[in-house]
Design a binder for this molecule. Structure first.
Ligand code: FAD
Length: 367
């Protein structure tokens, strides 16, 4: 359990979170940034295609320049890998206070501060900045706990020597399988990779299917499990967290239901079941959202729920700010007694500039 009280606890190590940490550092605010991935910019590393150029895009109608020049993508676009590497060096050089592989879970109020609950315990802070981006990996929905199941592939070598289960029927799952098969082949491991999907049909594009085919031709050992449904997260007699997945179920003529199930240690399971917006987290932590009524919103659709923020990005929960991709492409802004939809393009520019405005606001409040 962490004892230190931070001025600011930042959730998410993307452009918004890193800009926020850097500005806290520059303004002598005590802070900690937590990132669920292996290192900063994990969100970008997971979502950009290999070699994709990063542009310093700026919405036409925005009067402000980039307010943290140090993090601005260069004018002459560079590949995403280069930009990530630059930011990682920058973080090291500035010695920013970052803890990777820590997942935000919940927020609790204390008398004059907030308690941030995470996968490694609680942290306390006066202000919390949520900068977890727009794409939150979906959790497996099973009876029991499946928190230990990985949602991304950090290191394919980790799965060498183990029977591995990959869940999900799309390109992301296929890509994960290709990487694991390659690592297994290079290590001379012939153990199977099981590929499960709730539907009967797997849906991958031609290019991915071709690469997968090549791995199979080179000896890749895949077992397909169509129509397989993850059911239970449990701890076995040896204390190992396991996932039970039903691989087929049917009802006999006498009405009795029969099923077969397989059980895998959770550390050998990767679930690539897509991502969702941050709404479930907003609901969980109890920040207010408003549904767009007919004719009220121009960016969001009728019925979409948008987070309610003041002009300084503070939510309806005092001391909790939300910035960057997490509030894109629009939010409801409370300003001068009225509430209006505010356009907020999902760009590195907006993420960085949001951080600037929040740190300025926090500085004033803590002064
Ligand atoms: C394919 C693609 C190309 C793009 N190209 C450009 C471009 O050229 N120029 C441009 O300006 N914009 C581009 N964008 C948009 C830009 O990447 C986003 O606007 C920007 O990354 C948003 O920054 P962020 O910090 O808000 O969120 P993110 O970059 O998503 O960072 C959020 C971080 O929070 C972490 N996190 C999430 N949940 C938790 C949790 N529970 N606990 C701890 N950590 C958590 C994530 O791992 C992630 O590292 C592109 C987006 C995509 C998908």
């Amino acid at each position: 359990m962490e004892q230190q009280m931070y001025d600011v606890l930042i959730v998410g190590g993307g452009p918004a979170g890193i800009a926020c940490a850097y500005l806290c550092h520059r303004n002598d605010l005590s802070y900690l940034l937590i990132e669920q991935g292996k290192s900063v910019f994990q969100g970008i590393a997971n979502t950009y295609p290999e070699g994709k150029n990063v542009y310093p895009s700026r919405p036409k109608e925005s009067p402000e320049p980039f307010l943290v020049e140090e993090l601005r993508p260069p004018d002459k676009p560079v590949a995403v890998e280069k930009y990530i590497q630059y930011v990682q060096h920058f973080v090291q050089h500035e010695n920013l206070n970052i803890r990777a592989e820590v997942q935000f879970e919940d927020l609790k109020d204390a008398r004059d501060h907030l308690i941030v609950q995470t996968s490694v315990g609680n942290f306390t802070a006066r202000k919390v900045v949520l900068a977890f981006g727009s794409s939150i990996p979906r959790e497996l929905s099973v009876y029991g706990d499946a928190k230990m199941v990985a949602k991304t592939l950090d290191d394919p070598k980790k799965y060498v020597g183990a029977r591995t289960l990959v869940i999900g029927g799309g390109n992301t799952a296929a890509d994960v399988i290709i990487s694991i098969l390659r690592a297994k082949r290079e290590a001379g491991d012939t153990q199977s990779v099981y590929w499960a999907h709730v539907a009967e049909k797997f849906d991958v594009n031609k290019e991915t299917a071709q690469r997968l085919g090549e791995e199979i031709l080179l000896g890749g050992n895949i077992r397909l499990l169509p129509g397989a449904i993850p059911r239970i997260g449990e701890v076995d007699q040896e204390g190992v967290d396991r996932l039970v997945i039903r691989v087929n179920e049917f009802t006999q003529p006498d009405g009795i239901e029969i099923y077969h199930a397989m059980s895998f240690p959770m550390k050998s399971v990767i679930a690539c079941i897509g991502s969702q917006g941050p709404l479930p987290i907003f609901d969980k932590i109890g920040v207010q959202t408003i549904a767009c009524a007919e004719g009220v919103c121009t960016v969001a659709k009728e019925g979409d729920r948008l987070i309610l923020l003041n002009a300084e990005f503070e939510s309806t929960r005092k001391g909790v700010y939300v910035i960057g991709g997490a509030i894109s492409p629009s939010f409801m802004k409370i300003s001068g007694g009225s509430i209006q939809e505010q356009k907020h393009p999902n760009l590195i520019y907006t993420a960085i500039n949001d951080a600037f405005h929040v740190v300025e606001a926090v500085k004033r409040k803590l002064a």
